[in-house]
Design a protein around this ligand. Sequence first.
Ligand SMILES: NC(=O)C1=CN([C@@H]2O[C@H](COP(=O)(O)OP(=O)(O)OC[C@H]3O[C@@H](n4cnc5c(N)ncnc54)[C@H](O)[C@@H]3O)[C@@H](O)[C@H]2O)C=CC1
Ligand SMILES: O=C(O)C(=O)COP(=O)(O)O
Length: 534
Amino acid sequence: MATYRVLVSDPISEKGVEALAAAPGISVDVNTGLKPEELLKIIGDYHGLVVRSETKVTPEVLAAAKNLKAIGRAGVGVDNIDRKAATDHGVIVMNTPTGNTISTAEHAFTLMLSAARNIGPAHSAVLKGDFKAARKAYQGIELNTKRLAVLGMGRIGTEFAKRAQAFNMTVVAYDPFLTQARADELKVELAKTPDEALKGADVVTLHVPLTPETNRLINADRLALMNKGALVINCARGGLVDEVALKEAIESGHIAGAGLDVFEVEPPPNDHPLFTLNKHVVYTPHLGASTNEAQENVGIQVAEQLRDFFVTGEIKNAINMPSLDAATRAAVGPYLDLAAALGKLLAKLGPENPDALRVSYHGPLATKDTGLVSRTALMALLEASRPDGQVNIVNAPAIATQLGLDVTESTINAKTEFNELVVVELKKGDVRYRVAGTLIGQSPRIVEIDKLYVDCNIAGRFLFVENDDRPGIVGVIGTALGNAGVNIANMGLARTSDRTRALTVIEVDSEPPASLLDLLKSTPGIVKVITLEL
Ligand SMILES: NC(=O)C1=CN([C@@H]2O[C@H](COP(=O)(O)OP(=O)(O)OC[C@H]3O[C@@H](n4cnc5c(N)ncnc54)[C@H](O)[C@@H]3O)[C@@H](O)[C@H]2O)C=CC1
Ligand SMILES: O=C(O)C(=O)COP(=O)(O)O
């Protein structure tokens, strides 16, 4: 059995490491706190990498990671992993989206309470002996009846909102994916824009991923929309807030304070502009997910996901390709093999340098999750012209884009002779070349090659002979194969209804010698001879 080496480069729970190490064929090295140059040196030895937020998986790391197949993020945010570079290098990136939801919501809520009641500076004052002065200085804010804006109403935002409602706060939420029905169900006001949510808010809490679109989501203009004396809570990512604008807004008195678990640069420098403020502010060092429970959840989840990926090929919580759980895999598994054969067939028979690949699904299959089936056809098509290992299921779409190959997937409801049918078509200018396949029982079969109906295995050695449709040709082919000592395993004939084209598909038991191919090619009535191993 192949051995996969996995590097755990950020601290995860012991149980997670144990679960991974116990998997057959997987060996684990825990090596945390590596400097970037140290990671670059060793990453080439590993097939899997487990990270939290500290390891930066840069394009340089991915370029050096010659054997890397999968990165598991024990947590939610994947902004420390260069997604494009991972995809281009064919590395699957998975996170564990649910394991730290409650802990992070609780931590963000703690920050809100702490900022409202000056817990941070008051605690320091007590330790410094300023008890009396602190009683005067640190009068707080009550949260009861205050208006809370939640930006990002996903898993954590929703849990935060529920807790705020228990504190009798009015919740307004902005999230581009939040429907009115869901907002009604959660009893929150639905804002159409971030500005609408922030206008008149007493507290804002952020629960969105950091992306180019959400970078500096909270800026000076948006802070100005909030009520005087408002609080800013950020337990998502530092880059979501313009830290200088926040400092100025707190200094001006418009914003009363903040609770921040995350910073634009982590760890933040000691002279960070926000650290000179001491009222209504509370900071924690990215602790949102740091509870025993959350770490055990995400540590075990990431271990199981990587184990399943390496051992069974199951793909769960991938952010750069469609997931493939065991049930879906069972449902579409035979179609993956069929798609690979169709892609390979097209690479050999279809036009070179095609403009477009179209994969269409007929029958009940059209209602299933076929994303991976299409990717498999594309991968097999591209693999034929690229050396081993350059193309895989993760990077195939990116390579197609680089090549200018337009890939589309469609579902077609028109009836065919087959219950379900996968059609894969290559297009170059006006030329179209299509092949199709189906499942007979659970057995994948190729049933159409360039509009000729065939019945052909998806694996084996084949001779495709295009010939005139006239008596005697099959006999000539059979005799030539027999004389060359090539045994016929299966043979099928197909022709167009007007009998202008005919195809003989022969599955053979051994590689046809070049002399046999030359003989067939020079035989009158034979137009084309192609050999192919599927
Ligand atoms: N401080 C910490 O230790 C932790 C921080 N996090 C951060 O919290 C973030 C949220 O986590 P989850 O709630 O689990 O993720 P989620 O995916 O369940 O929710 C994110 C929500 O943000 C929404 N969204 C995306 N762009 C938006 C925009 N421009 N404006 C408003 N909403 C937008 C999405 O539609 C989604 O509903 C993560 O991306 C991560 O960065 C997560 C866990 C721990
Ligand atoms: O899950 C997340 O997004 C987090 O930010 C948690 O980060 P951490 O795993 O504690 O470095």
